[in-house]
Write a protein that binds this ligand. Sequence first.
Ligand code: NFS
Ligand code: SF4
Length: 688
Amino acid sequence: MSDQIKAKVAAAAEESASTKKADPKASSVDIATIQMLAKAQRDNVETIFDRAVSMKPCNIGEQGTCCKICSQGPCRLPLPKKGIEGKDTRKGLCGATPETIAARNFARMVAAGAAAHSDHGRGVAEVFLTAARKGTHDYGIKDEQKLLEIAPDFEVPTTVIVDGPNGEKIEQMRDIYDIAEEVGVKALGQWGQQDGEIYNAKRAPKARYELWRKLDVVPRGIDREIVEIMHRTHMGVDQDYHNIVKQCTRAAIGDGWGGSMIATDLQDIMFGTPYPTQGEINLGVLKQDHVNIIVHGHEPLLSEMIVVASQLPDMVDYAKSKGAHGIVLAGMCCTANEILCRHGLPIAGNYLQQELAIVTGAVDAMVVDVQCIMENIANVADCYHTKIITTNPRAMIESGHTTHIEFDEHNALEDAKKIVKTAIDNFPNRHGEAMIPSAKEKMVVGFSYEAINYHLGGTFRGSYWPLNDNIINGRIRGIGGVVGCNNARSMHDSAHLTVVKELLKNDVIVLTTGCNAMACGKAGLLSPESAKVFCGPGLAEVCETVGIPPVLHMGSCVDNSRILMAATQVVKAGGLGKDISDLPAAGSAPEWMSEKAISIGHYFVVSGVYTVFGVGLPVTGAPRFQKHLFEELEGIYGGMWDMIVDPYEHAQAMIRHIDKKRAALGLDKKKERVLMDMADRRQLEEVA
Ligand code: NFS
Ligand code: SF4
């Protein structure tokens, strides 16, 4: 150890001696996490787990009733200890009620979450347009079929009528790049559109789209609805929580059915639509004798190029020239989901494992772009040899020890090579032997809604009907969408796994994305073999027959749009009602932490899904606002929010809702299988 490093470790030790330490075994259910947290503590490196023990959250903020949007505040309106007796007289200086304050805070979370997803989507649309115009060698059109499928949604024709040799009219395919350019222009236009409706709103089931129109919540443009939240929640503007929630709805639909959905679609067209593939997950994917690069963050524009760069023979040779046997490229957070689902590349871990990956001492570079990147990785990296490389002009870390290599899409591969080379150059700087946990799991991932169509429907007109059929005959009780983050206030991965296992046991098939997908992967739930271990008999039978895992990994959080499309396909396949709100389905984010999760939660709710959050929701200090979200929205949208911390109760509430919907569909009684009759077909046509 050099003197400089010794001094740093001593300083870190002094700092961490003053803070309490987390108990590793009480911090996570994941063995690799427990081992690395113990190592961090032996190395005197402080992590988020330790800070969560020494710093308690603010009680008033937790209730959602702290207002700091003007300098007369912060006005703090906690619930009185005895509860509200009689009339609630709490007010901010300006008179703002707890409801107004909590609703404004909630709306700003929706705005930030929608902005994060949508700004990601905008970047994708920009690069897509550059690729369509052949302005870059590094990106192109990979999935033409998907482009042809989405072009009509943007009112872009895929064929053209030309004159034949004898003057007759012939319909011809348009050039694929011409179609792409027109789709790119129209997609990009969705952000700045000022009036009318975003195109994708019409993708929802007809009944849902009509409901949104009737309620006047179809987004006019993606950016506009986000900006309007910021305006309405400025001091002294919108002071009716019902009306604030209505604007949340516009912005959230603009996220789920707008920015996020466009991001997913255009990424699929440029990089390929995911189809089932194998992968591995957990810190055990790192290798002692390889250069280990972790790509962490969210945007596949960067990681796709690093995938290419890390596999170039001259890069691999360069790594060997430095004494390594090769290069391991592994992902973290949603970037991981993106490269896993498309290339089968390994995942090092989910959100709460980012510091711990560095603690292995085996990570030569952690390359980050945007979102969910903890500032503390720079401090942890300082105690080891890891280079943190920031790449996005929107996201830098104030630290003398991070390197910024800006990633420019026009020069993508060259930038990616520079990044990989920096990692390789750092390999000889390791501080002796690394300690890599052995834990890793195999998994089958990549269930885009197109892949589910194919897998469950077979080749005959690929369809969701077999899934519906199994829901109708009761082998599958319903569908659970379980998604979202880790949260240091909640035992790592524990609530995720309890909720998912409880659903499986009760024959509820699970669709997953984000950090929940990774928790499931680490616990072996993404393997087809897990069906007979964890599922009730009906679901196990279906999974074993079709050969799918009982938990279907659909991608990153932006890809929650795939869940919306899957739900829409289920409605359109028939037999389960006319709208998403009729389906025996429920959503869940057991360990949420990011504002993006709130935007996702809200677009699920207003798309008709009962959506339960764990950990806590900052609405409890405003009872009337909470009632609006948890109860009244059901009467308006057919979906509503809920918050249940206990993961077992959380899952039971989802199952009760699923049963309620089954009863409404008349599926609670055992029914003989019937073939679709004319009435069913007519209903199908009405829905589509
Ligand atoms: Ni989603 Fe993905 Fe994870 Fe949460 Fe963060 S990585 S975008 S926000 S923490 S699931
Ligand atoms: Fe206080 Fe009203 Fe200002 Fe909020 S807007 S900080 S409640 S005075």
